[in-house]
Design a protein around this ligand. Structure first.
Ligand SMILES: Nc1ncnc2c1ncn2[C@@H]1O[C@H](COP(=O)(O)OP(=O)(O)O)[C@@H](O)[C@H]1O
Ligand SMILES: [Mg+2]
Length: 285
């Protein structure tokens, strides 16, 4: 069965896209077939995986929006494009993605489908004819939008990147509350695969803070224990993604950093993350 993993966080700039493209690369290097779905209007995953630029009108007329618009005319597979990596395909985002939600609502008015199930339906159709081991869905920074909802409802698992900054934990809680609300509403299971500390500056201090926040059950030591330790203690990935210039270089080169230099800290961390994810998936299947 294809695992559909959505990378979501209410905040922007927390490493959702970096995580999507580097995990896609790590999976592909490991021999798996991956489909990335870029639902963000900024189209960063699309640019970094294909090397093309939004400004060059890349994928004009051939993105997720157009897939939605031709829902009952063309097969969804028509909108799958190759990337710079042999084992990674993408349903790209383009200049029209801002109109996606409107289009999804039109489809649902037309055929009675549930708007939040749009991506789930699209992927089900794709899986009838294509074999992917993993689908990774990159999302826009929004606490609750139809795009984020449809990306979560399509997912079997969710990764929530957490940058330790003001509102970081609030944003985690909001995204996770949305995950649970959608599980209930649609009577589905959307497993929280893990919380991923990203853009981490000093690992020792971060470890200390994260342990305190997410693990310590001592109410005095950890006033947030009831909010964090119990529900999330075992959800925190052991791997944290350290901060490193290679990630910014990778945005300039438009390539995942694990492909540019696998020996830099963030690259090593993303490769380790993939190992950790594989073992988590093996435990939960
Ligand atoms: N591990 C990292 N080290 C340094 N910079 C990073 C790291 N991860 C992400 N960044 C930078 O932070 C910014 C936001 O990352 P991005 O993945 O685009 O976040 P999001 O998709 O959540 O908005 C980008 O400029 C990116 O290059
Ligand atoms: Mg992004």
């Amino acid at each position: 069965m294809t695992e559909v993993i959505t990378i979501a966080a209410g905040k922007g700039g927390v490493g959702k896209t970096a995580t999507t493209i580097n995990l896609a690369a790590a999976m592909a290097l490991d021999g798996y077939r991956v489909l990335v779905v870029d639902t963000d209007t900024q189209a960063n995953s699309t640019m970094f995986l294909t090397g093309r630029r939004l400004a060059d009108n890349a994928f004009k007329g051939k993105g997720l929006y157009e897939l939605a618009r031709s829902r009952h005319l063309l097969p969804a597979t028509e909108f799958i494009r190759p990337t710079q990596m042999e084992n990674v395909d993408i349903i790209p985002s383009n200049m029209a993605t801002p109109y996606l939600e409107e289009q999804i609502k039109l489809i649902s008015a037309d055929d009675g489908s549930e708007p939040a199930q749009f991506l789930f339906n699209v992927l089900s159709e794709i899986f009838e004819t294509r074999d992917y081991d993993y689908v990774l869905i990159d999302t826009p920074p929004a606490q609750n939008s139809l795009t984020v909802q449809t990306a979560l409802v399509a997912a079997s698992r969710v990764i929530i990147p957490l940058k330790l900054e003001e509102q970081g934990i609030e944003s985690l809680l909001v995204t996770d509350a949305l995950r649970r609300a959608l599980e209930e509403k649609y009577e589905i299971e959307i497993d929280l695969l893990g919380i991923l500390p990203t853009i981490v500056e000093k690992t020792a201090l971060t470890d200390y803070y994260l342990n305190l926040a997410f693990v310590s059950r001592d109410e005095e030591e950890n006033p947030e224990a009831s909010r964090l330790a119990a529900p999330y203690g075992d959800k925190l990935f052991k791997t944290a993604i350290r901060k490193g210039n290679i990630v910014n270089e990778s945005t300039i080169e438009r390539k995942p950093c694990v492909l540019i230099n696998p020996r830099k800290n963030p690259s090593k961390d993303y490769l380790d993350l993939w190992k950790e994810i594989k073992s988590r998936l093996a435990e939960r299947r």
